[in-house]
Design a binder for this molecule. Structure first.
Ligand code: BF8
Length: 517
């Protein structure tokens, strides 16, 4: 029996009125004397904490969450293949010139001891709990440290492990959006982030010509880049995938999976299957695995079960999908630091033919002006090269912008290390440190903690950072000024914390004057 379809994420966003104190990050709920409100600049919490301390600590807490997620992803991969990677292997990618600056400002970053990055995450949680750290500047420095942890022990380690086991992506033409759902076939959506089960599904599905795999969110970006499996949806559209009524199984692992998918799947015939060892959803079928052999067994069972489930598809849903099927969007996909023409980009920057490189990363927040941001970056692509990943890359793809000439799709969010590698290669090629080059990283519509830690990673690497609000960066003037002055005086870079594309463009123009290569 089918049930009434629940509200979509857009409707939930409209229904959920945001608390104005929390929206500005003027709220602390870390201890049980609170929650405390910091609505005036001089307000103090019950423990005595000041508003800048709490605003800075909230940024740190976001960065910790992001670093933990990406380091968890990398660790899951390494455990899956029974591998260990020494911290020295990851930190070998840190540009020497940045280490000098980090040491100068006393930034913590992991040493070569195995697991020291997890120790650093736990130290950051500890120091940001009630009654430990009392210096807001230190909180902000630790947020940058979490960026470094995320970058080298999350993004780099995950991408290196994925490339080692599943291969580097190839540049080719790919397809995006819901049009990749094939009503004549058994459709299985693979959603989440870690590629182990997804890769096993690709291998097993090759034996079934009537099975159509499609990707969602970052697993979708990863499958698109490596196997040219069409990318059906980003985060915002994951419900739309199920709501087509054409999906026999929705297979999810971890991160960016809406817990309400179970309610939605209940309204259709779709089987919801969870596979992560830590992420379960009520009423979903849980099918964990711990190595590639088990992953392939699980993948085979999922495919068999999805095939059996096709008879339960509602013919009315099929009819509706066939008549309203969207047009397929094409994109050039599969770039890596080996295939992006970084020398040409560097030469054009030096010759003044190009103003710089903007990496547009992260999410598509339903509360952000995503359309306006897409238009803005389209316009900026006349002067800048655009490197992109994650949900923003999908958004550009659906607007026909991923041409492999001005816009380069670098894959999933953990593949942001590929962007860091392109920047690193340009610094070596031009023999200049990152912070002297016009590299800007923008997360215009952040949702997750991961967007914040990725932003902090690139900021710590010496890139200017744009982050869309509400990312809590600009609410407290003391915190905003401190961050800006760390960026300006230590790295020589800029912080743009704005939700306004026009303001961003204006600020960028004033920055252009400062960058003389
Ligand atoms: O890591 S861009 S909504 S899908 S967090 Fe999530 Fe944001 Fe999408 Fe992948 Ni990245």
């Amino acid at each position: 029996m089918t049930r009434e379809v629940p509200e979509s994420i857009i409707e939930r966003a409209a229904q959920q009125k945001q608390c104005t104190t929390g929206l500005k990050s003027f709220c602390c709920k870390e201890c049980l004397m609170g929650p405390c409100h910091f609505t005036t600049p001089s307000a103090k919490g019950v423990c005595g904490a000041t508003r800048p301390l709490i605003a800075a600590r909230n940024i740190l807490r976001l960065s910790i969450g992001g670093a933990a997620a990406h380091c968890g992803h990398a660790s899951d991969l390494l455990d899956h293949f029974n591998e260990t990677v020494t911290n020295g292997e990851s930190t070998a990618f840190i540009p020497y010139h940045m280490k000098v600056l980090w040491d100068k400002i006393g930034l913590e970053y992991p040493d070569d001891r195995p697991g020291s990055h997890f120790r650093q995450i736990s130290d950051a949680v500890h120091l940001s709990s009630m009654g430990v750290g009392g210096d807001y500047v230190e909180m902000l420095k630790w947020a940058l440290s979490m960026g470094i942890v995320d970058g080298y022990f999350g993004l780099y380690n995950a991408t290196l492990a994925e490339d080692r086991h599943f291969g580097k992506p190839k540049v080719q033409k790919g397809h995006l959006n819901l049009a990749c759902i094939d009503p004549s076939k058994v459709n299985i959506a693979i959603h989440g982030h870690e590629p182990m089960l997804a890769e096993a599904m690709v291998k097993q599905a090759a034996n079934f010509s009537h099975v159509n795999l499609i990707g969602v969110c970052c697993t979708g970006a990863s499958l698109l880049a490596r196997h040219n499996i069409p990318h059906a949806a980003h985060f915002l559209l994951q419900e739309d995938v199920v709501a087509t009524g054409m999906i026999e199984a929705m297979v999810v692992d971890a991160q960016c999976i809406q817990p309400s998918l179970n309610d939605l799947c209940d309204c259709f015939h779709t089987q919801l299957i969870t596979t992560s060892h830590i992420a379960k959803i009520s009423r979903a079928t849980h099918m964990p695995f711990s190595n590639q052999h088990e992953a392939e067994t699980v993948a085979f069972k999922i495919i068999e079960s999805a095939i059996d489930n096709k008879v339960n598809r509602n013919p009315a849903h099929e009819q509706r999908f066939v008549t309203s099927k969207p047009e397929t969007k094409h994109a050039i996909i599969g770039f890596s630091d080996e295939t992006v023409p970084f020398q040409r980009m560097a030469d054009e920057i030096v010759e003044g033919k190009c103003k710089g490189i903007i990496a547009v990363v992260g999410c598509v927040n339903p509360r952000s002006p995503v359309k306006a941001w897409v238009e803005t970056f389209k316009e900026l692509s006349n002067d800048y090269y655009i490197l992109t990943t994650g949900c923003m890359a999908f958004e550009f793809g659906t607007k026909g912008l991923l041409d492999g000439k001005r816009f380069f799709h670098l894959g999933s969010c953990v593949n942001n290390s590929r962007i860091a590698e392109i920047f690193r290669k340009i610094t070596l090629y031009l023999d200049k440190p990152t912070y002297e080059l016009p590299f800007i990283v923008s997360a215009p519509a952040p949702i997750t903690e991961k967007s914040v830690s990725i932003g902090m990673f690139f900021a710590a690497l010496g890139c200017s950072l744009h982050i869309g609000e509400p990312s809590r960066f600009a609410s407290d003037p003391v915190v905003a000024t401190t961050l800006d002055s760390v960026f300006n005086s230590i790295f020589g870079t800029r912080l743009y914390a704005t939700n306004d594309p026009l303001q961003f463009k204006t600020q960028l123009q004033s920055y252009e004057v400062d960058v003389a290569v």
